[in-house]
Design a protein around this ligand. Structure first.
Ligand code: HEC
Length: 170
């Protein structure tokens, strides 16, 4: 082999070596552990609990502050405007599961192992407004939280409307 051929071969080898390494990586002959589970990514990690409580004396922007163990007081009077809004919002947000009349017979009711609570049943009417409010805010069992869909005022409008659902009505 003349020095020239040797140099030629060396150059070809140099040029090809990145591709060879690339192929080894592609076919995982060389394995680099890369986590492809997004749930373990940093972006999600930041949102893991425990949640930090708001600083002492912080003022809530919406509605009054409610501790985890207390029921919020209903600040919205059940006037015509509130009831009218409540009905519209109830039909959009709640009726799919709880039924138009609050009897727990909405079109989606069958998908839950526990049927959506009958909102006109004795148990439900005995509830405080605050308990219904809390259910909207946090969800309950299989019911998802609907806080993102409704402003504070809108949640109370729905609470007011639910109270007017006719007990024996169809
Ligand atoms: C996706 C279906 C779904 C929607 C939408 C929904 N709920 Fe529910 N809700 C449920 C289910 C299911 C339960 C019963 C959960 C359980 O017992 O585990 C329930 C239970 C409840 C309860 C009883 C909670 C308790 O303390 O016993 C109340 C009150 C309630 N829902 C109010 C509402 C209101 C108000 C809305 C609309 C803003 C609404 N729900 C929207 C499915 C739904």
């Amino acid at each position: 082999m003349t020095p020239r051929t040797r140099r030629g071969l060396a150059i070809i080898g140099l040029v090809l070596s990145p591709f060879v390494v690339g192929l080894l990586l592609t076919y995982q002959v060389i394995r680099i552990p890369i986590d492809t589970d997004m749930a373990r990514s940093q972006a999600v990690g930041y949102q893991d609990g425990p949640r930090i409580l708001p600083p002492l004396g912080a003022v809530p922007l919406q509605g009054e502050a409610v501790g985890p163990d207390e029921f919020a007081r209903n600040p919205v009077p059940a006037d015509d405007v509130s009831l009218q809004r409540g009905k519209i919002l109830y039909d959009i947000q709640c009726a799919v599961c709880h039924g138009e009349r609050g009897r727990g017979d909405g079109p989606l009711a069958g998908y839950f192992t526990r049927t959506p609570e009958n909102l006109i049943g004795s148990e439900a009417t005995a509830e405080f407004d605050g308990s219904v409010y809390l259910t909207i805010l946090q969800g309950f069992g299989e019911m998802p939280s609907l806080a993102e869909n409704l402003t504070v005022r809108e949640r109370w409008d729905i609470v007011n409307y639910i109270r007017t659902l006719p007990a024996g009505g169809k």
